[in-house]
Write a new protein. Sequence first.
Length: 282
Amino acid sequence: MRPVREWNESDLDELHRGQIMESLTLEYKDSRALGNTDHQKSELFKDVSAMANSSGGIIIYGMKERGHLPEGTDDGVDAAQLKREWLENILTANIDPKIEDLYIKPVILESKNAGRVAYVIEIPQAKSRSPHQGPEHKYYKRYNFKAESMEDYEVRDLMRRGIEYGRKYGAAFDLYIEISRLGTAASARAGAGMAHIDANKAVIGVSPDLRSAGAVLVLMTRYMRNAVGEIIQNVDSYNSKVEARGGVAVIIDASLRGDLVAIRELSDEIRAHLSNILDQEP
């Protein structure tokens, strides 16, 4: 399946030909479900927030269905009368918190009358800002092909997961800053050559926050936990060698430079993993 942003009528036809059934992440709706009546808007808010509160997915307005199987596109809606901007605005204004990265694709129905479109709404899964609710202040989930009210414990669980998600990405940002500092410090000292430098300036400090980061590292992968522990140990080992040499000045010889290069390289690896996490932040 191509990205929704690239869809045209043939992608909708392919769903029909392939008899792709509705699921937790896919729903077909008659285009007449879209409109400006209170009922139509209420159902729209409920269906979109329910999809977000579950696993995310796609709702297609303009696909006929029977028994949860697609029967082909209907006549669509008049794009001049029901604009994408209007649809986006009412979803943004009425679902709280706002669903980040919600995407609405108007698919031109070339086989129908001119100006007719189907609307495909791509909905990301609720994460740090979950759960989402409509203007009637109710929470919904997608269950058995439809939107259903969430139980209190389900709302609480989504809120808890949202808090943990936020902690994870906040922790990833803080770690990125601190690990970058260690890598930069190691690189600067490795470039000092054989000159004598102040022993205190040769030492690399590890912040207390990084040493006590266990509470947030439990939210990370095993690699991240092990790698952060390893870089702290490497810095401590390097500092011990510097201090063991005594005196007020120290030469960054080949041995110390090797330790510094290892710290910098591990810093680069950790930052690459953290960048991948931060790139997924909504």
